[in-house]
Design a protein around this ligand. Structure first.
Ligand code: ARG
Length: 560
């Protein structure tokens, strides 16, 4: 049942010629406090039309509105406040959730394939906090897109091609050892790479050699290809350890190298359409009419670039997946790159480029400082996750010393805490990373939501659910829980429309808080007429919290 629609309908019946139903729907608000009603209609817009004072209009509307579906309709200042009928609201929300279970909140906002470019770390370098953000935001968006009807395709566009691999090969051949790379690939490959940069400062011939090796790679030289694929596999094995801990998988690992044999066609098309210009020996596409810097397509030595590979990838995804939307979850610092990508595709005559959306996100800092691989200010992801698990384990041992599967639960809580902390922040906000804060069981954390769900579970194990009679839940704290539960479908829609998982994380915190307030003031397991309704409320809370966490990619252990 759509309760907002009831309010809109009641208003529309008395405002026929003045405000359209669609505009009424836009004006109806949800007051901050339930004391001000469940929905409110501000009369200020109408005041301008009628040339009357808003409170007068509010009084006039209250007299005319048919209040039968509501508990009360009241004029307060310039607002008409609607109080829903609590018995029918409670019954409707609780039976809907009981019937639909994890399908509650499913919507059909659209259909069709939606490739999501996500994670996409660079081979031979540690996965950064930025890649963690891309991984968990992308994964949550994939879950949300599924919930609203689309078919997401999770693509890990690995950074596995480019001039840096020429440098890496030179460095490996000069200073590397097979044993080292086998033992700890990323650590040592990074060492060689850093050393290369240091030595190249005084020995420019190293850069020459590196260019030559990358050229060999692009031309398919056996030795170059062999080294490259070894570095790639070894790095990927390390990344996969982290993905496994995060419980994130991909539908495709087609990275930059995959497009190596697909770029000539792109360059050819650009040429045929007269879009390619020469500038200082390199080939570019001029984008001044979009107010953008030119897009670099090919260097003077013929080497292709990040942009060239992204053009080929965009076209491939369009042809291969016939997408309805194409998302790129990549840090805000690449905003211009994606503007250029779209602009070049539009210049090529591909209208579908309008369905490409860059979903940017902010930076994670440590003690207020920007993280940088080059300056050594890095946070190693695997260590963060392991530390989070250790912290979770300590807290669980204190709270619940005899818990079975304590190790498994600690993993779900520790890793879940890191994911939740990332997702509760609005995507574009920068935030500081402090592990102790992330894994706390109180406050706005993932463990707090998980703990609330476990608490609901423990109540449910002590009782058997019964058929739901039409009774009111008299406790005012129950009303806030019910309102939050009824809001879930709107929350899903808002998160999907704005590509913003934080909407769901914030909602989970709100529902958990409302439930804890309810639990603190109400004895659920008292044998009276309201017991079945209270149990249904607890069950619904647990179902919705579990579902919301699952959308974020966070597990919800039954005990912790
Ligand atoms: N590997 C890149 C980086 O770490 C991100 C790639 C993003 N995806 C893309 N299609 N450009 O910066």
């Amino acid at each position: 049942m759509d309760f907002k629609q009831e309010v809109v309908t009641a208003l529309a019946a008395v405002l026929t010629d003045e405000v359209s139903e669609a505009d009424i729907a836009k004006l109806v608000e949800t007051p901050k406090s339930s004391a001000m009603g469940d929905y409110a209609f501000p009369t200020f817009t109408l005041a301008k039309i009628r040339h009357m004072a808003p409170p007068m209009i509010a009084k006039d509307l209250v007299e005319k509105i048919d209040a039968t579906p509501f508990q009360e309709v009241k004029a307060v200042g310039g607002y008409v406040n609607f109080f829903l009928d609590k018995v029918s609201y409670a019954h409707s929300v609780l039976t809907t959730i009981a019937e639909q279970q994890d399908k509650y909140g499913d919507l059909t906002l659209g259909k069709g394939n939606v490739p999501i470019d996500m994670s996409s770390p660079n081979i031979a370098k540690p996965m950064s906090m930025g890649h963690l953000r891309s991984t968990v935001i992308g994964n949550a968006l994939a879950n949300i897109m599924t919930k609203v009807g689309y078919s997401p395709i999770k693509i890990n566009h690995l950074g596995d091609w480019g001039t840096q691999f020429g440098k890496l090969i030179v460095a490996y051949k000069l200073w590397g050892s097979e044993e080292e790379v086998k033992a700890e690939p990323i650590k040592h490959l990074l060492e060689y790479y850093v050393r290369f940069h240091k030595e190249a400062e005084t020995k420019p011939e190293l850069d020459e050699e590196a260019r030559a090796w990358f050229k060999k790679m692009e031309d398919g030289d056996e030795e170059a290809k062999h080294l490259w694929s070894w570095f790639r596999e070894a790095s990927l094995a390390e990344f996969n350890r982290i993905y496994k801990m995060l419980d994130v998988d991909f539908d495709s690992y087609n990275g930059e190298a995959f497009y190596n044999d697909k770029m000539d066609a792109v360059v050819q098309t650009l040429q045929d359409k007269g879009l390619l210009k020469e500038s200082q020996g390199a080939e570019i596409v001029d984008l001044s009419k979009y107010d953008l810097n030119p897009a670099l397509i090919r260097k003077s030595d013929g080497a292709t670039l990040y942009m060239t590979r992204d053009l080929a990838a965009a076209i491939y995804r369009h042809d291969h997946y016939d997408f309805v939307k194409s998302l790129y979850v990549v840090g805000g610092e690449q905003r211009e790159h994606f503007q250029q990508l779209k602009a070049v595709l539009l210049e090529m005559g591909y209208d579908w480029a309008n369905e490409i959306t860059h979903v940017p996100f902010g930076l994670i800092t440590a003690n207020g400082k920007k993280l940088s691989t080059r300056k050594g200010n890095i946070i190693l992801l695997e260590k963060v996750l392991n530390d989070a698990i250790t912290l979770a384990k300590q807290q669980i041992a204190a709270k619940h010393p005899d818990l079975e599967n304590a190790d498994q639960v600690a993993r779900e809580v520790g890793v879940g805490a890191v994911i939740f902390h990332d997702l509760k922040n609005e995507r574009l906000d920068n935030f500081d990373f402090n592990l102790e804060e992330v894994v706390r069981f109180e406050g706005e954390t993932g463990p707090y939501v998980q703990y609330t769900n476990a608490r609901a579970h423990s109540i449910l194990t002590k009782a058997t659910a019964q058929p739901l009679p039409e009774v009111a839940l008299t406790d005012p704290a129950a009303w806030d829980v019910l309102k939050a539960l009824g809001d879930y479908p709107n929350i899903i829609k808002r998160a999907a429309d704005t590509y913003e998982p934080s909407v769901i994380a914030k909602y989970a915190l709100r529902l958990a808080k409302a439930f804890n307030q309810y639990y603190a003031t109400t004895k659920v397991l008292t044998d009276d007429a309201e017991l079945p309704a209270r149990l249904a409320l607890v069950q619904a809370t647990s179902d919705v919290l579990t579902n919301a966490l699952a959308l974020l990619g966070v597990h919800a252990p039954a005990e912790m």
